[in-house]
Structures are given as structure tokens and as C-alpha cells.
Design a protein around this ligand. Structure first.
Ligand code: E4P
Length: 222
């Protein structure tokens, strides 16, 4: 399973990419709105931090033709290559746009997925990733983990090349449970990712190791 950062905050992205094995950044209009910077400014800043790792940029157009135009515009204006994923919500126009954007040679992440059938259809339309929203499902008394698991099974059963990018997490347990489904990738906020990779017992153990080793480790490292 690979991990992506669901944030457009530059300090968070720098920290995550400096210290942890991150494979990309996902954004959406809401995430961008938290940063108070327009797309034209924030995308180059993100690219500077992540090099050739994946960047997923969501489209906001209403029609499939405009989604295609929007996707091409970002590709051209930001000089994006193979690491660019056009995030397209799975509306009626979105399903059509997935095919158009793929035919134009770009990668697609089908997003705002709430059911297994939506994911299967998006996969058939050619999406490279499908992004089910785990916490939002949990919040409507559905079961995010089960939906992810069903999508993973469906994709495997039919041998589709699409990967599952589980999204919308509010706690570590959701990511842990998603990882047991065979899900290919997750994207999560800075706070959830940091919580996922930390444990107070680890910190406690390191304090004890440092104390116990202080008088014994007598070989200078420089
Ligand atoms: C990512 O691709 C999604 O846009 C995002 O994870 C949604 O998360 P939220 O439910 O926390 O807004």
C-alpha cells in the first residue's frame, strides 16, 4: 500500500516528503480553500516540494467537454507530465469525462465515490485510481471499510488495472482497517498521517535506549 498526502499546506507537504515515504499529493477545492492561495500559486509550490511524485488535481467544470479543457489547461500551464492525475467526480458528466481525459493521454483519479458500482463503472471508463470516501461513508451510517473492500474485490475479480485510492479519513483505525482489505493506496491529512506513524511507546523506548546507552556507546560518530 502506498501513502499520499491529502493536503495543500506547503509546510505539511515539506515535512511529510522530507521524513516519510510519501508517493504523492491529492487536492480538492475544499483543501485548497484552507490555504487561501489560488491554484495558479499553490500548484507550483507543491510541485517544488514533491519532484516527480504524483499530484492529483480536481476539476470543477460541469460538462465533460469543459472537464477535458480544464485538465489540459492545468497540464499545459504547470508543465505536468506522467505524474499528473486529473481528479474527476463521478457525476454523469464525470463518467464521460474520464474517457475523454484518458483518450487525451492523461491519468485519471475518479473521486467522490460512495458505492462499489460507481467504482466499477469508473474503472471500466478507464480511471487509473478510484477514490472511495471512507469517513464520509461512516458518517452516513454506511461502512467505509466494507465499501473499500468490495471495490478491491471487484477490481481483482475482473482483473482490472485500476487501483483503489481510499480517501476521507478521520482516524488511524480507518486506515489500519483499509490496509487489511488489500487496498492499493490511501490519502490522508497531515494529522492523521503523523498519528499513523507515531506511538508514545516508541518515544518512551527511545528515551530509555538513550539513557541506557549513554555510558556504553564510546565510539565517536564524527
Ligand atoms: C481526497 O481525494 C478527498 O477529496 C478527500 O480525502 C475528502 O476528505 P474529507 O471527507 O475529509 O473532506
Amino acid at each position: 500500500m502506498i501513502y499520499l498526502a491529502d493536503t495543500a499546506n506547503i509546510a505539511e507537504i515539506k515535512d511529510l516528503f522530507n521524513y516519510y515515504p510519501m508517493e504523492g499529493v491529492t487536492t480538492n477545492p475544499t483543501i485548497l480553500s484552507h490555504e487561501g492561495k489560488p491554484l495558479s500559486k499553490i500548484v507550483p509550490e507543491i510541485l517544488e516540494c514533491i519532484g516527480n511524485k504524483m499530484i492529483h488535481i480536481q476539476t470543477i467544470s460541469d460538462t465533460s467537454e469543459d472537464i477535458l479543457k480544464e485538465a489540459k489547461k492545468y497540464r499545459d500551464i504547470f508543465g505536468l507530465k506522467d505524474n499528473y492525475y486529473v481528479k474527476i467526480p463521478v457525476t454523469r458528466e464525470g463518467f464521460r469525462a474520464i474517457r475523454l481525459v484518458k483518450d487525451a493521454g492523461m491519468n485519471v483519479t475518479a473521486t467522490a465515490i460512495f458505492t462499489q458500482p460507481q467504482a466499477m463503472i469508473a474503472a471500466n471508463a478507464g480511471a487509473d485510481f478510484v477514490a472511495p470516501y471512507v469517513n464520509r461513508l461512516d458518517n452516513i451510517v454506511s461502512h467505509g471499510i466494507e465499501v473499500v473492500s468490495d471495490i478491491v474485490k471487484g477490481i481483482r475479480l475482473y482483473g482490472l488495472p485500476t487501483r483503489v485510492l481510499a480517501a476521507s479519513f478521520k482516524n488511524v483505525d480507518q486506515i489500519y482497517r483499509v490496509s487489511l482489505t488489500g487496498c492499493h493506496s490511501v490519502t490522508a491529512s497531515y494529522d492523521v498521517l503523523i498519528a499513523l506513524m507515531s506511538h508514545p511507546m516508541t518515544d518512551r523506548g527511545v528515551i530509555d535506549f538513550e539513557k541506557d546507552g549513554a555510558m556504553l556507546y564510546d565510539i565517536p560518530i564524527s
